[in-house]
Design a protein around this ligand. Structure first.
Ligand code: HMG
Length: 301
């Protein structure tokens, strides 16, 4: 198929990046400061918060305040996670541009993450889809554990395809394929993508790869070659997974951007500003910067 000419980067750091951050709850002003800086870098799709139970994810407990505190820029899509109708109602009241429902390709991961089976989760999303349709709010769908599960090991690509198709058929405009614990390798990524693309158009698929085993950029290169043109990433590689010991965050946005720049693929994002933003947030959190490009271009925190 060949590389796309343009890629939409979907910035994950305010949500996937911060949701598992250990220690005290991060101040709302740091979260809004991060989101505003990311928009200034040229990012046009920022997953900004989660309207989930604060008992499950305390770091996302101030989602409404975050949405109220950002300086919204025209042309930027500020999206959030919504696991159920209650989450959708909070998100809608906060004026989000897009919501996302999230399912898994593994039964065990579904139980640990959202306390229900895959089938129950899909049923739970139906009222979200209906309400979102009424309010004309687009819905993104995630499938987690697409290349491996911390409890079940290998995941059959057909199982990923089944869940992705179910989300697409219920009206999700884009399906993001999550290698939640970063165990994939390029051939596996291609096989998984081929299985999904037999049921969901390539133009409606996104890659969401974590970098635990250092394979995320190689996996992205593999799926870019197949025509994927939407990539989820997190500045400074922020993030982790509470259900997988040692799992790293999303692939660093700086590293993805450097790769895309080298391939001549347009994103509209400024690398120097992004590197500065990665160092800024690491300074705020007193955290190591997980971006190789960030380290090379700007020293380390
Ligand atoms: C789904 C539930 C709520 C089920 O949680 P539950 O305990 O089964 O459901 P519940 O309905 O009994 O609710 C429990 C409590 O939460 C409240 N509640 C219920 N819903 C909400 C809501 N929307 N907002 C705020 N509060 C809520 C509800 O009112 C109740 O409060 P209580 O009566 O005990 O005081 C819970 O399991 C949950 O919030 N899970 C979120 C987990 C999460 O955010 N995980 C991280 C997402 S990352 C991911 O999935 C992977 C991804 C997307 O990044 C891609 C990848 O990397 O692969």
């Amino acid at each position: 198929m060949g590389f796309p000419r343009q890629v939409r980067l979907v910035e994950m750091s305010p949500r996937d990046g911060l949701q598992n951050e250990p220690g005290p709850v991060i101040a709302t002003a740091i979260k809004t400061g991060l989101i505003d800086r990311l928009a200034d870098c040229g990012l046009r799709h920022i997953e900004s918060a989660s309207f989930v139970s604060p008992k499950w994810v305390p770091q996302m407990g101030d989602a409404a305040e975050v949405m109220a505190g950002i300086n919204r820029q025209a042309g930027v899509r500020y999206s959030v996670l919504t696991p159920n109708l209650r989450g959708f109602e909070g998100a809608q009241a906060a004026g989000v541009d897009e919501v996302a429902v999230f399912a898994a390709a593994s039964e065990s991961f579904s139980q640990k993450n959202i306390n229900c089976s895959i089938a129950e989760s899909l049923e739970r999303f139906l009222p979200v889809m209906e309400a979102a349709g009424k309010h004309r709010i687009p819905v993104r769908g995630y499938v987690s554990t697409v290349m491996g599960c911390p409890y079940e090991g290998d995941i059959d690509p057909q199982q990923v395809a089944t869940v992705a198709k179910a989300l697409y058929d219920m009206g999700c405009h884009e399906i993001s394929l999550g290698d939640t614990i970063g165990v994939g390798t390029p051939l596996k990524a291609k096989r998984m993508l081929e299985a999904v693309a037999a049921h969901v158009p390539m133009a409606n698929l996104a890659a969401h790869f974590h970098d635990t085993y250092g394979q995320a950029l190689a996996n992205l290169y593999a799926v870019l070659e197949e025509g994927v043109a939407v990539i989820d990433a997190s500045v400074a590689g922020l993030g982790g997974c509470p259900y997988a010991k040692g799992a790293s965050g999303n692939v660093a946005t700086e590293d993805v951007l450097y790769l895309l720049n080298g391939l001549g693929i347009e994103t509209g994002v400024d690398l120097d500003q992004l590197v500065a933003t990665g160092h800024w947030i690491c300074g705020q959190l007193n955290r190591h910067n997980g971006s190789k490009v960030g380290q090379a271009l700007g020293g380390n925190c």
